[in-house]
Design a protein around this ligand. Structure first.
Ligand SMILES: *[C@@H]1O[C@H](CO)[C@@H](O)[C@H](O)[C@H]1NC(C)=O
Ligand SMILES: *[C@@H]1O[C@H](CO)[C@@H](O)[C@H](O)[C@H]1NC(C)=O
Length: 179
């Protein structure tokens, strides 16, 4: 009996320590707190929200690095689908087909830069890799403009890639501030 009472007291004491910790955690991490904080500094708030909320890991993210990695991962999936779509186009106006021949290798570089950026050990270089991805999307756009393909699907596609570049680099800027 005495031992039973003793262990009950121990549990009570333990609980009295744990309980305030549980309470304080529940209040200090509201869902999407960091997402809201990051996206309201962003030029395109809706795009930022949509991209980050597409990954459940953003919900209780503890730092901006987690959010930047989510955005870059979504950008990798988008640019890979774009490259695959470009490769699948076999018929269309000559200006479009001519542009795609050069935009496919450009997008191979876009994908590669997004994939390697977080291997850099300096956050300025992470940002640099993302901006190089943007240069390649802009190069694809200049080629499309030159070939008279500016009114084709190539333009909105590049615009979305450039949105990812702006989002990624702005999140990496926040990451740099926490390193
Ligand atoms: C950010 O949070 C993740 C997961 O909670 C953690 O693994 C990582 O080390 C943190 N990074 C920084 C830079 O604090
Ligand atoms: C693409 O972006 C450019 C520059 O921001 C803009 O002028 C153009 O209207 C956009 N086009 C499409 C189809 O989204």
């Amino acid at each position: 009996m005495a031992t039973n009472y003793f262990s009950f007291a121990k549990i009570l004491i333990l609980f009295s320590f744990i309980y305030p910790i549980l309470i304080s955690n529940a209040y200090s991490s509201k869902p999407y707190e960091l997402v809201n904080q990051a996206c309201h500094k962003n030029a395109n708030v809706k795009f930022c929200m949509d991209v980050l909320k597409s990954d459940i890991n953003s919900k209780f993210a503890k730092n901006f690095t987690t959010l930047a990695k989510i955005a870059v991962n979504v950008a990798i999936r988008y640019s890979t689908r774009t490259r695959d779509h470009f490769q699948g186009v076999k018929t269309g106006p000559p200006g479009v087909l001519k542009s795609l021949k050069e935009c496919i290798p450009a997008y191979n570089t876009v994908i590669m830069e997004f994939k390697v950026c977080f291997n850099e050990d300096e956050c300025g270089l992470v940002r640099y890799d993302i901006l190089v991805a943007g240069d390649e999307a802009e190069r694809c756009q200049r080629i499309a403009d030159f070939n008279g393909a500016q009114d084709s699907f190539i333009t909105p596609t590049n615009n979305v890639t450039l949105e990812f570049v702006r989002l990624g680099s702005s999140l990496v800027d926040l990451t740099c501030s926490e390193m």
